[in-house]
Design a protein around this ligand. Structure first.
Ligand SMILES: Nc1ncnc2c1ncn2[C@@H]1O[C@H](COP(=O)(O)OP(=O)(O)OP(=O)(O)O)[C@@H](O)[C@H]1O
Ligand SMILES: [Mg+2]
Length: 420
């Protein structure tokens, strides 16, 4: 088995850390999943790493489980970056075409994107993505990919996504302690979109909504282009806390009530329907109303969808995305969630499952695997692009420079092209 064809991804989540080890087999279109794991996370709150050592231990355990299944060790992986502390800036780059015959080559595209990232960064921010939105070649506007075209002056409009320096540094430290080198770092909502959205949905207009344990992230696409992305500091874990407070139970019991008896809508629930707490935990007693549990869940999910709607209003797309909404993340598995989302967002809604894989599929075929699946597909796409176009995929950062106390500014010089 050639090691070159192994790809791995690690999604550090507020509730769970997931790993996929995948193999690219010659002649097979889809990546084959050979190792999968999902273990509870420690050391992270609302997507923000709070304890590097705990996260490092979590990564080690998650990797071990996946490696055992795959029968091979991994040294590198593509990681997600979450946390609501992200910012955007629209930027521009301009260059003169390098070749004498004026043909745009990959180097020109890389140069113009690099040029666009020379922006004033806030003190505590790092660039994680520079996304090319459209190009202009001399007088010709709205070009999606100028490769091979001829001209003198190339311009690009980009969206620069920045994350907190502390978060980037902490992921880097945790990965180093866990002995895994970071191949690439991808913003969670962008990764999740890769595994569940089709090209057609992105063309028509779609919003991907990822309801995790501590955050809800979204990515909006239209005409194949990323219009907007956000990470909101509210997730399905807040529903559990609400139930624990509302019913005065432990968080563990509240979580089980949510998973076993929860519903996102109160409609159809008999008001007399009760949940016997002693059946969930022998230390608990009493009967709680299933209707009341659904009321709590509905209220919190409604709040989450209203915040998503606010983001859509911000970009003038509320109720205006023909391909509707695609729900992923563990929170998307709540019963009847699509009905509530449809009501609040006024869009057709479906729950998204990762596609584009062969191999051990039963575990990955789950909305909560959207991010980790998207990460490994992202790596695959960039590897393919690299081979096809000679594209240099610059690593998100250089671990070694952090460990030796080297220039952290190095990160700022790094860019990635996002191919829609
Ligand atoms: N079947 C289910 N029904 C309802 N909720 C569920 C179900 N399964 C998981 N969840 C909830 O999903 C949440 C975890 O989702 P997920 O694993 O996607 O989060 P995460 O990636 O760890 O967190 P984040 O992305 O916010 O950092 C938990 O709150 C969990 O209770
Ligand atoms: Mg997540």
């Amino acid at each position: 088995m050639s090691k070159d064809f192994i790809l791995a991804s690690i999604d550090i989540g507020t509730s769970n850390t997931r790993t996929i080890i995948a193999q690219q087999i010659k002649g097979e279109e889809n990546l084959r999943v050979i190792g999968v794991s999902s273990i509870p996370s420690a050391g992270i709150r609302r997507g923000v790493i709070t304890d590097v050592e705990d996260i490092a231990k979590t990564i080690i355990s998650a990797v071990e489980v996946a490696e055992r299944m795959a029968g091979i060790p991994i040294k590198n992986a593509i990681f997600n970056i979450g946390g609501s502390d992200i910012e955007f800036a629209n930027s521009k780059g301009v260059i003169a075409i390098g070749r004498a015959d004026g043909e745009v080559c990959e180097d020109d595209i890389n140069r113009v994107i690099t040029e666009s990232q020379t922006i004033q960064l806030p003190m505590n921010k790092e660039i994680v993505h520079v996304i090319a939105k459209k190009y202009r070649l001399d007088d010709q506007d709205n070009i999606k990919d100028p490769l091979g075209m001829k001209g003198v002056r190339l311009e690009v409009d980009t969206m620069v996504i920045e994350s907190s320096s502390a978060q980037v540094k902490n992921i880097s430290k945790a990965a180093y302690q866990a002995g895994i080198e970071i191949d690439d770092l991808v913003l969670e909502p962008l990764a999740a979109g890769v595994s569940v959205l089709t090209k057609k949905q992105k063309e028509l207009g779609v919003v991907m909504i990822n309801i995790g344990g501590g955050t809800t992230s979204l990515a909006v696409y239209e005409e194949g282009e990323l219009l907007h992305t956000a990470i909101l500091p509210l997730g399905a874990g807040h529903i559990t806390n609400d139930i624990a407070i509302g019913l005065r139970t432990s968080v563990e019991v509240a979580e089980r009530i949510k998973l076993e008896y929860g519903s996102a809508v109160i409609r159809d629930i008999d008001k007399k329907d009760g949940i016997n707490l002693s059946l969930i935990d022998s230390r608990e007693d009493g009967i709680v109303s299933r209707y009341h549990v659904a009321e709590i869940i509905e209220a919190r999910l409604e709040e989450i969808f209203m915040l998503v709607q606010k983001e859509l209003k911000l970009i003038g797309k509320a109720g205006l995305l023909p391909a509707g909404g695609v729900l992923v993340g563990g929170g998307a598995k709540m019963m009847h969630i699509n009905e509530l989302a449809k009501e609040v967002l006024g869009l057709p809604i479906q729950v998204g499952f990762p596609t584009g894989f062969g191999g051990i599929l039963d575990k990955v075929d789950d909305p909560s695997f959207a991010t980790v699946a998207g990460l490994v597909l992202w790596g695959h796409q960039h590897q393919v692009d690299e081979k096809r176009e000679g594209l240099r995929n610059i690593k998100a950062f250089d671990l070694f420079s952090h460990q030796t106390g080297g220039t952290f500014d190095k990160v700022k010089n790094i860019f990635k092209r996002f191919l829609p």
